[in-house]
Design a protein around this ligand. Structure first.
Ligand code: URA
Length: 194
């Protein structure tokens, strides 16, 4: 079975079985989008209003910003894979609760296992803390983490500020743009086995 087919089956299964309470208020599940054979997975926090309407990740203002940064490093969203730790929009875009993150966690891990990317890029602290609860985004952003994590094969992680948080904050925006441009070098370093 191809990765595309495996992902389709995975999303079908979890849209039926996910116990996340947010599904009661959300319009629909927002599934991961992009290339099933991608080298890089970008993981955000949770869908917002526009994502909830369209059923696609990062299609609002933060998504446009993300597309612009991808373009700067000569990538399109079809070259990478983009998903969220929580697949349903929290009411009024509040932070997802620990139990909501936990309910969607196996879905995310299985998604990662199918794609088996070389690098996982965290978009914001929620995604990063889902895997590394001890880290602070203020000091971890833009630095490659090499670590074996239970349940997945990928062992390279790159935390970034969240594009929505950085959109209207000059300093954070600058840091995010600078960090983002490091991605091609980070990937090369991983590929060369250093
Ligand atoms: N913010 C996120 O974290 N994910 C989305 O899909 C959109 C905005």
């Amino acid at each position: 079975m191809s990765r595309q087919e495996k992902l389709k089956n995975l999303h079908e299964k979890w849209t039926k079985e996910c116990t996340c309470e947010l599904r009661k208020t959300a319009t629909q599940a927002v599934l991961g989008y992009g290339n099933p054979n991608a080298d890089i997975i970008f993981i955000g926090e949770a869908p917002g209003k526009k994502e909830d309407e369209l059923g696609l990740p990062f299609v609002g203002a933060a998504g446009k910003f993300l597309d612009g940064m991808l373009k700067e490093i000569k990538l399109k969203r079809e070259d990478v894979y983009i998903t969220n730790i929580v697949k349903y929009r929290p009411p009024n875009n509040r932070d997802p609760l620990p139990e909501e993150k936990a309910a969607c966690r196996t879905w995310l891990l299985e998604e990662i296992k199918i794609i088996s990317p070389k690098l996982i890029v965290f978009l914001g602290r929620h995604a990063m803390n889902n895997f590394f609860p001890e880290l602070k985004i203020g000091s971890a952003h833009g630095k490659l983490i090499t670590k074996k994590v239970k349940e997945i094969d990928t062992k390279y992680f790159f935390p970034l500020y969240h594009p929505a948080a950085a959109l209207y904050n000059g300093g954070m925006r600058h840091n995010l743009i600078v960090d983002f441009k490091k991605i091609p070098k980070v990937l090369k370093k991983i590929e060369s086995g250093v």
